[in-house]
Design a protein around this ligand. Structure first.
Ligand code: SF4
Ligand code: SF4
Ligand code: SF4
Length: 303
């Protein structure tokens, strides 16, 4: 039927547009390159403070403030204000680590993708929730310990986890901070000075393994890291379920063809949600489902 072509064209255009917007966001997030910084700009995305970043990542700021025994009002406000209005919109349209995963998806589009069952999705998501909860508890514990005990005792106890515990394991820190620092050490003119590689330690290899795991995951399961393991995504998912902006499905137009579920990169079971609003913690408002719907039954609206 003729409409089969139209959704395919629509979705290709939308994905190109989204990558374009993500690249502009990446540029804006790195205005530090032009000595323009905005440390007050705290966003619920996965882009830790790196060489030239001009904004703060809410989850990493939250950890830093907790380990410094400061009530993390600013990152919490960022999560709640942005999440309750826009949901996880920044995940699809503004997060550099989301862009990285999208680009891997484009480059490996010929490799067969897998869609896990709902049970697998839920079990793996619980691991992400555990990581998020544990990071917040450990950060709080470090902050309290530092205010009660001798700093050097606490530093010895927590070692490299002392500042931002999740930063040690996060693949986005490895991609945006560790790798650039390694190659930028001493400036671009020192790009090929191999002596710096003596700085590589066991933690580097652990980080590298987690980074490789994230890449393999994303090759076979679209947005695999975003679905299950990203702490910012876990927090935003819980808030975003209740956001004002969201997708609605017009049941008088919908034919239950299932195309929308087939293209959803986050595996959202769109048809099992109430039609007035898709209240899924996974939905990032990427709009792929809207672009592919042959009946124009899905719409983005303020609910
Ligand atoms: S869930 Fe994905 S897109 Fe959202 S902040 Fe985390 S890495 Fe970025
Ligand atoms: S919303 Fe659109 S794509 Fe999804 S099942 Fe209904 S008609 Fe098909
Ligand atoms: S439900 Fe639609 S908007 Fe939400 S993540 Fe899936 S494809 Fe994107």
């Amino acid at each position: 039927m003729a409409w089969h072509k139209k959704p395919k064209t629509n979705i290709t255009k939308l994905r190109i547009l989204r990558i374009f917007v993500q690249l502009i966001m990446f540029f804006l997030l790195n205005l530090g390159f032009f000595s323009i910084g905005a440390t007050w700009l705290v966003l619920p995305i996965n882009y830790p403070k790196s060489l030239y970043s001009s904004s703060e990542d809410a989850f990493f700021l939250l950890q830093r403030m907790l380990t410094d025994s400061i009530v993390p009002l600013i990152p919490l406000a960022s999560f709640f204000i942005i999440g309750s209005v826009f949901g996880r919109l920044f995940c699809a349209w503004g997060c550099p680590f989301g862009l990285f995963q999208d680009l891997i998806g484009v480059l490996t589009s010929r490799i067969k993708k897998y869609e896990p069952t709902s049970e697998t999705n839920n079990s793996l998501r619980q691991i992400g929730e555990f990581i998020t909860g544990a990071t917040i508890i450990v950060s709080t514990f470090i902050g309290i310990s530092l205010s009660l005990q001798n700093a050097s005792v606490v530093e010895n106890a927590f070692g490299i986890f002392i500042d931002q515990p999740w930063a040690v394991l996060s693949p986005s820190v490895f991609l945006f901070t560790v790798i650039p620092l390694l190659f930028w050490w001493g400036g671009i003119e020192n790009f090929f000075i191999w002596e710096k590689f003596v700085l590589i330690d066991l933690v580097f290899w652990i980080r590298l393994l987690i980074f490789i795991f994230a890449i393999i995951l994303v090759i076979y399961i679209p947005k695999g890291w975003c679905r299950w393991f990203c702490p910012a995504g876990i927090i935003m998912g819980q808030i975003g379920k209740h956001s004002i902006l969201g997708l609605g499905r017009n049941i008088s137009k919908c034919t239950h063809c299932g195309l929308c579920e087939d293209v959803c990169p986050m595996g959202v079971k769109i048809l099992s949600h109430k039609p007035e609003k898709i209240r899924s913690e996974l939905c990032t408002n990427c709009l792929d489902c809207m672009a592919v719907c042959p009946e124009n039954a899905l719409e983005l609206k303020f609910l």
